[in-house]
Design a protein around this ligand. Structure first.
Ligand code: HEM
Length: 95
């Protein structure tokens, strides 16, 4: 199992990109699908982009030595990664 972020550049989606609403295809449904789909989806995606961009901008991220990420499934209360990302983060010094 490997991380393939390019799978989100859906060819079927064309210019519309990857479909998380489940109206064209269901590959990933973090906000549910159909009549009860999360009405905060647009607001959430907007904020998540801002949130992640700020984490990258404001902090320096370093992997922990000897702690390689393993995407294999591991059954706990929910299904989790065998070895999730562990990172040391430190504030970037802004000049
Ligand atoms: C990353 C952020 C969020 C995630 C992953 C998320 C995910 C979800 C999911 C999975 C559902 C259930 C859908 C279903 O029953 O099929 C839901 C419902 C709902 N969400 Fe979100 N949500 C997020 C943010 C928000 C925000 C920002 C708001 C409001 C501003 C919001 C308001 C609601 C409401 C009111 C429902 C109930 C809809 C209904 O039952 O008809 N959510 N959300």
């Amino acid at each position: 199992m490997e991380f393939k972020p390019e799978r989100f550049f859906s060819k079927e989606g064309g210019d519309q990109g990857f479909d998380i609403t489940g109206s064209r295809e269901i590959k990933m449904m973090p906000f549910g699908v159909g009549r009860r789909i999360c009405p905060g989806l647009g607001l959430a995606v907007l904020h998540l982009e801002y949130f992640v961009a700020n984490l990258v901008w404001k902090f320096e991220w370093r992997g922990v030595e000897g702690e390689d990420v393993d995407f294999a499934e591991k059954q706990e209360f929910t299904m989790v990664m065998r070895n999730p990302l562990k990172a040391n983060i430190s504030p970037r010094v802004m000049k």
